[in-house]
Design a protein around this ligand. Structure first.
Ligand code: IPM
Ligand code: MN
Length: 358
């Protein structure tokens, strides 16, 4: 019998259901071409479900979801609901409770016209960010004192643990080695101002001693934002903390062609992991069939790579790259005139034309 990959699917809010629909079509196509099966289980969680049932992500469903081989997520977030409630109840819950300690965010420019930077070619932008995904201010250790009064105090702790930092850093060194490109790892922190980040600096140096073949570089986050625009070529593999990684990868997404393209994997090696576009739910574009599904399609490709289907992953990636090179896909925004469905069709058509790669 064909290999079967069981996928928990949370399409979520806003444009989530539309982009996930195309992601699943492409997955089905890849499965058919490469001789495996995709068995999706759909979960309704998100704003509509919450408004109807008052349920965010019940434990019973969570237990089921974690029993799958991987999870595909569209987007979470809705203006009708308290800020952060569903984001934390669904996305962050999975990141923390499934201990998905790496947020892997490839940044690759597939065609020159996609980048807003002038004279920037695909050779200049090809790196991957390892964003620590379980600590930092995201750990939710916060409080309000004298709330709503002129004397209000608000706190939120930034936490880093030696174990948490070390596993992210180690993953990044291994990845730099595996990529075998510039063999360079850049640590981004803010240890000059946030002194707790000295833990990152020290861990990076100690773990780095075990990887003499990997060159080490170090930047502060403010300077890194400047360098990313001035000279993206200098990056091969990047490792950084949760919040800086969040910000840096939105900037990086623009350099590769926008949030319509950028994908991510929330990974705990060897365990059920979560794949999603970097973009949010974009409520103003919901239900109009105008959202760009490429980020979700690329997240599906990352998922296949993770599931041990590298040829199918490459098949999707090469097809998307080819469409970008021939300028048949939109770059920034939703003004390409192509619908969500038409973009899905183009990818599937390109996969068929390419045939199954060796
Ligand atoms: C992301 C998102 C999330 C984050 C939000 C929705 C909590 O921006 O995946 O980058 O900050 O991690
Ligand atoms: Mn983000």
């Amino acid at each position: 019998m064909a290999r079967t990959h069981r996928i928990a699917v949370i399409a979520g809010d806003g444009i989530g259901p539309e982009v996930v629909r195309e992601g699943l079509r492409v997955l089905e196509r890849a499965a058919a071409a490469h001789g495996f099966r995709i068995e999706p289980t759909r979960y309704p969680f998100g704003a509509e479900h919450f408004l109807k049932t008052n349920e965010i992500f019940p434990d019973s469903a969570f237990t089921e979801v974690r029993g799958h081989d991987a999870i595909l997520l569209g987007a979470i977030g809705d203006p009708r609901i308290e800020v952060g409630l569903l984001e934390f109840g669904i996305i962050a819950k999975m990141r923390f409770e499934l201990d998905l300690y790496v947020n892997l965010r490839p940044v690759k420019l597939y065609a020159e016209h996609l980048s807003p930077l002038k004279d920037t070619t695909p050779d200049d932008v090809d790196f991957v960010v390892v964003r620590e995904n379980t600590e930092d201010a995201y750990a939710g250790m916060r409080g309000f004192f004298k709330r709503g009064t002129p004397d209000e105090v608000a706190t939120q702790e930034i936490i880093f643990t030696r174990k948490g930092v070390e596993r992210a850093v180690r993953y990044a060194f291994e990845l730099a080695r595996k990529r075998n490109r510039a063999k360079k790892l850049t640590l981004i922190d803010k240890a000059n101002a946030v002194r707790a980040m000295d833990l990152w600096t020290r861990t990076f140096a100690e773990v780095g001693a075990e990887y003499p073949d990997i060159a080490r570089d170090h930047q502060y986050i403010d300077a890194a934002c400047m360098y990313l625009v001035r000279d993206p070529r200098q990056y091969d593999t990047v490792v950084t903390s949760n919040m800086f990684g969040d910000i840096f990868t939105d900037l990086a997404a623009m350099i590769q062609g926008g949030l319509g393209i950028a994908a991510s994997g929330n990974i705990h090696p060897g365990r059920v992991s979560l794949f999603e576009p970097i973009h949010g739910s974009a409520p103003k574009y919901a239900n109009q069939n105008v959202a760009n599904p490429i980020a979700t399609i690329m997240a599906a490709s990352m998922m296949l790579e993770y599931l041990g289907e590298p040829r199918a992953a490459r098949h999707i990636e090469n097809s998307v790259a080819g469409l970008n090179q021939s300028k048949r896909l939109p770059s920034l925004g939703t003004d390409s005139g192509l619908s969500t469905t038409q973009i899905g069709d183009l990818v599937i058509e390109a996969m068929e034309k390419a045939g199954v790669p060796a």
